[in-house]
Design a protein around this ligand. Structure first.
Ligand code: ADP
Length: 223
């Protein structure tokens, strides 16, 4: 799915300009970092992509959907094609890793046998087969994030968004999470990662878009 921001501004309330006239195209299959200091607008940019927020001006297009015309049911359809992971994992603490993944598949109307099969496959692909019956509080931070990633990719989204996915993790664990995101990208999913930590972007040699106070100040690297 192609993502396109056309002259997008986002103002919260009367005067908090979170994004200021952003023009950006993210091609299908890309891996892109959105960086910038705290408050730069990174989370807002991601929220506009999964249409949790809407532009105050301009238009966001995601695949066939447009922020100007999308409504109701289509937002739910879009969300099935866009996986999201967060800094704080957002797992359900009293459900096992397996159940956390299964619930996403169940919500999309999958059949029980397919749910079991798919949940096991994605948990295996993130390296969590052995721990799939553990509750999140019994898992390490890295394992919790792997579970959240498994849940996010369970429905084979075209696009995976990650908002500071390693913000709660130590540097070694963070490395593993970024390598996993790169693997997911290689398998064909477009990946957009918001992070204030530039080291990984540099190490991986990917495209980096830098925001500062809501403005897009640079767009470098990648292919
Ligand atoms: P980042 O992810 O780069 O830290 P954000 O997108 O979270 O940046 O925030 C950009 C700006 O918008 C900040 O000034 C922040 O305080 C403000 N902001 C974010 N969300 C809201 C909101 N729901 N209501 C009001 N202001 C907000």
């Amino acid at each position: 799915m192609l993502v396109e921001f056309a002259d997008v501004s986002k103002v919260y309330g009367r005067e908090i300009v979170a994004l200021d006239c952003i023009n950006l195209v993210i091609e299908k299959g890309e891996f892109i970092f959105i960086t910038g200091p705290s408050g730069a607008g990174k989370t807002t940019l991601l929220k506009l992509i999964y249409m949790d927020e809407f532009p105050s001006k301009g238009e966001v297009r995601v695949g066939d959907y447009s922020s100007s015309t999308i409504h109701g049911k289509d937002i739910a359809m879009l969300r099935r094609k866009v996986g999201v992971v967060f800094q704080d994992f957002r797992l359900i603490p009293d459900l096992s890793a397996f159940e956390n993944v299964a619930i996403a598949l169940r919500a999309a109307g999958k059949k029980a046998a397919d749910i079991r099969k798919r949940a096991n496959i994605v948990l295996h692909s993130v390296g969590l087969s052995a721990k799939r019956h553990q509750l999140p509080p019994k898992l390490s931070g890295g394992e919790q994030q792997r579970t959240a990633i498994a849940r996010a990719i369970a429905l084979r989204p075209s696009l995976l968004l990650a908002d500071e996915p390693t913000g709660n993790l130590d540097p070694d664990t963070a490395l593993g999470i970024f390598d996993l995101l790169v693997d997911i990208n290689r398998a064909g999913t477009t990946v957009v990662v918001a992070t204030h930590d530039l080291r990984h972007a540099e190490r991986l040699g990917k495209r980096v878009v830098r925001l500062d106070a809501g403005r897009l100040v640079s767009d470098e690297g990648g292919k």
